[in-house]
Design a protein around this ligand. Structure first.
Ligand code: ATP
Ligand code: MG
Ligand code: FE
Length: 344
């Protein structure tokens, strides 16, 4: 089957077409970052409007690109076998654009509709990297809105082992970058700086590292970074940005790796995966490589192109739903929050 998937939960308007073997025929992402950057974060109202402007063009380009991949004549909506869409979680006004568009397309072309949870998409991004990964596995989801360790007992059968009690990891990167006056989004900017800094220069707090459970807390770390900068400035010193970025990253990575290791040992899972925008962080990826090697667990990470938001991961989930015959109807509605433990 050919499935077209649409993703519009935050500030990327994206569409992707996948075939029954999991070959991604097209993967189109229109990022709105430039429109949000000057506000230092995603402005929901702007996101909705930009999705409306972009979605037709993104889907057209997605059909065109898939036709080119197939070396076939122009693909049309009627040539598809299903239309999938992210319905939750995310910004309601952003999700609504994708869902309304997908429903219209499904109705117009008389195709089944598939509803996908965005977080399940981040998790399935690992199957883009390695098609043979098999549950049980532990997945660390680290994105702009979520930070959690998930026990994947089977595809579609998830248990959240622990999550953040305040900020998400990506949010911490964004807030620290904002505090340092570096711009938005913070993750890529801080990564670049951290590469030139000393991760041992400043001893930032590792909150809940030894709490004995799998909860995370990141809001204190952000405060510690801003306090450190203020102290340096008061002492008449120029804060060393690369050292701050590297030390902040080290504090984040140490806790992430320690808790992931605990989750792996507790569940006995032999597969570990990453998902979400922060999964693109080079220090985090390297630290997980070392940890997994040490404890004999196979590590899979999404390709860099599938860490942040795109629709290929949504298409990959939809492929399973299609095979299971699990479809949504035209009463499908969006949800700002949706637990992964009960996927659609
Ligand atoms: P969610 O998936 O929870 O709904 P989201 O879709 O907004 O949230 P993603 O697009 O998955 O989040 O990830 C975006 C986040 O990833 C941003 O906070 C960004 O700063 C962060 N990020 C991107 N690249 C890196 C990097 N190299 N290092 C650290 N963080 C990064
Ligand atoms: Mg985004
Ligand atoms: Fe996301």
């Amino acid at each position: 089957p050919l499935i077209l998937a649409i993703e519009s939960s935050c500030d990327e308007t994206a569409a992707s077409i996948i075939d029954g073997n999991g070959t991604i025929l097209s993967d189109v992402v229109a990022s709105q970052i430039d429109f949000h950057a000057r506000f230092g974060g995603v402005v929901p109202e702007i996101a909705s409007r930009k999705h409306i402007e972009a979605i037709c063009g993104v889907c057209d380009e997605c059909l065109d690109a898939a036709s080119r991949s197939l070396g076939a004549p122009q693909l049309h909506w009627r040539d598809l076998d299903a239309i999938a869409v992210t319905y939750a979680p995310g910004l309601v006004g952003a999700l609504v654009v994708g869902v309304a568009f997908a429903k219209g397309a499904a109705w117009g072309a008389d195709k089944p509709l598939i509803a996908v949870n965005h977080l399940e998409g981040h998790l399935y991004a690992n199957r883009i990297a390695r098609s043979d990964i098999k549950p049980p596995m532990v997945v660390s989801l680290v994105s702009g809105g979520h930070t959690m360790l998930v026990h994947v007992r089977d595809w579609g059968d998830y248990e959240t082992l622990g999550s953040t009690i305040d900020d998400a990891v990506g949010e911490a990167f964004d807030k620290v970058a904002k505090a340092l006056g570096l711009g938005y989004p913070g993750g890529p900017i801080i990564s670049k700086l951290a590469a030139q800094g000393n991760p041992k220069a400043i001893d930032f707090p590792r909150a809940l590292m030894h709490s004995g459970d799998l909860r995370f807390s990141l809001s204190g770390l952000k405060t510690a970074v801003t306090t450190y900068i203020q102290k340096e400035q008061q002492a008449g010193r120029e804060p060393n940005m690369p050292d701050i970025a590297a030390s902040f990253t080290a504090a984040v990575v140490d806790v992430q790796v320690a808790k992931a290791k605990t989750a792996l040992l507790e569940t006995g899972a032999k597969e570990f995966c990453l998902g979400g925008g922060v999964a693109a962080n080079p220090e985090l990826r390297a630290a997980y490589e070392r940890m997994c090697k040490k404890i004999g667990v196979r590590l899979t990470m999404p390709p860099l192109s599938a860490c942040g938001d795109q629709a290929a991961m949504i298409a990959e989930v939809a492929r399973d739903r299609f095979a299971q015959g699990k479809f949504a109807d035209l009463s499908l509605d969006v949800q700002a929050h949706a637990p992964l433990d009960e996927p659609y």
